[in-house]
Write a new protein. Structure first.
Ligand SMILES: O=C(O)CCC(=O)C(=O)O
Length: 281
C-alpha cells in the first residue's frame, strides 16, 4: 500500500468511502483556491448543461495548467492506486463551487448512474479547497449504500440542483443515516461510484469549493457507442478504451479550448444514451 492503511482501504470497501486524507498543505489549497477564483468565477454556476455548452467547471484540467496539476497530485494518486491499481485515467472532473448563502444543493445520487462505465470500479476523489462541513454544505454519504447496486434515478428540473439533469435516486432515502464528509482545505475523501450521496445549501460564512475527480483503472470501459476521451495520469494504458487527451499549455489557449469542447461534446452525446447504458450493466 502506498498511501492508505489497511484499515482505510477496508473502510472504503466496507462503507463505500474513506476520509479525511491529506492531498496537500493548507497553503497549497489556498493557492489552488486563488487559481479557481481567477479562472472560473465567470463560469455558469451549474456544472454543465445538456445543451452541450461546456463549462469551465467541467473537466477544467483540459483548460488550465493548475487543474492539470491538481488531478496529478501524487498523494491522491497513491491513495487511488491502493484501491484500483497503478494504471489510472481521469475520466471526468467537476468543480463544485457553492457560494456562501447559495441555495444550491446536490440531490441524492450515485456517480455511476450517468457515466456508463463497466465494471463499477470508478472512484471519486473530492478535494477540499475551502472548509467543507455541514454549515457550508459538505457532501453527505449513506454508509454501505454502494452495496445496493445501481439504483433507479429520475431527472428533475430545479434551478437549485447542481447536477446537470437533477438526477435523483427514486427510492426513499433515510437521510438521518448519512455521514457528513467534513474536510479542511487540502484534505480529500474517496467514494465509490455506487455510494449514494448528496449535499445541502451553504449556510456558512465562506464559499465551499471542492473538486470531484473521477478516476478509473485503464481496464474499465465505456459501454455506450460513443468513443470518449480520458487522461492517463499514472502507469500505462494497454487497453486504449479512450482517446488520450492533451494537457493545456496555458490557461485557455486555443488548442486547449478545442480539446475541452470536443471532450465535453462527446461526454454529453454519450450521456444522452444513458438509459441504454444502464441496461448494458
Ligand atoms: O460537492 C458536492 O456537493 C457534490 C459532489 C458530488 O456529488 C460528487 O463529487 O460526486
Amino acid at each position: 500500500m502506498k498511501m492508505l492503511s489497511e484499515s482505510e482501504a477496508g473502510r472504503y470497501r466496507d462503507e463505500g468511502y474513506v476520509f479525511p486524507l491529506q492531498a496537500f498543505s493548507a497553503e497549497t489549497a489556498a493557492s489552488y483556491r486563488a487559481a479557481v477564483e481567477r479562472t472560473c468565477a465567470d463560469a455558469a454556476p451549474r456544472p454543465a448543461t445538456l445543451t452541450g455548452t461546456p463549462s469551465y467547471r467541467v473537466k477544467p484540467y483540459l483548460l488550465f495548467p493548475w487543474a492539470a496539476s491538481l488531478v496529478r497530485t501524487a498523494s491522491i494518486l497513491d491513495a487511488v492506486e491502493d484501491l484500483i491499481g497503478p494504471d489510472i485515467l481521469v475520466y471526468h472532473t467537476t468543480l463544485w463551487w457553492k457560494t456562501k448563502g447559495s441555495p444550491n444543493r446536490v440531490p441524492w445520487h450515485q456517480d455511476g448512474t450517468y457515466f456508463g462505465l463497466a465494471p463499477h470500479e470508478h472512484v471519486t476523489a473530492w478535494v477540499a479547497l475551502s472548509t467543507s462541513n455541514p454549515r457550508t454544505g459538505c457532501v453527505r454519504i449513506l454508509p454501505r449504500s454502494h452495496r445496493t447496486g445501481q439504483m433507479a434515478h429520475g431527472d428533475h428540473r430545479d434551478s437549485t440542483l447542481m447536477l446537470s439533469r437533477g438526477q435523483t435516486v427514486q427510492a426513499e432515502i433515510d437521510a438521518a443515516r448519512a455521514v457528513p464528509v467534513v474536510l479542511r482545505p487540502g484534505e480529500f475523501s474517496l467514494h465509490h461510484t455506487l455510494a449514494v450521496h448528496a449535499s445541502d445549501p451553504n449556510t456558512g460564512d465562506d464559499d465551499r469549493i471542492g473538486i470531484g475527480i473521477s478516476y478509473i483503472p485503464t481496464r474499465v470501459r465505456h459501454v455506450g457507442p460513443t468513443r470518449l476521451s480520458a487522461t492517463l495520469v499514472r502507469g500505462r494504458d494497454g487497453y486504449r478504451h479512450f482517446d488520450p487527451e492533451p494537457s493545456p499549455a496555458a490557461d485557455l489557449d486555443a488548442a486547449a479550448v478545442a480539446v475541452h469542447q470536443d471532450s465535453n461534446a462527446r461526454f454529453w452525446q454519450a450521456s444522452r444514451l444513458i438509459p441504454e447504458m444502464a441496461r448494458a450493466h
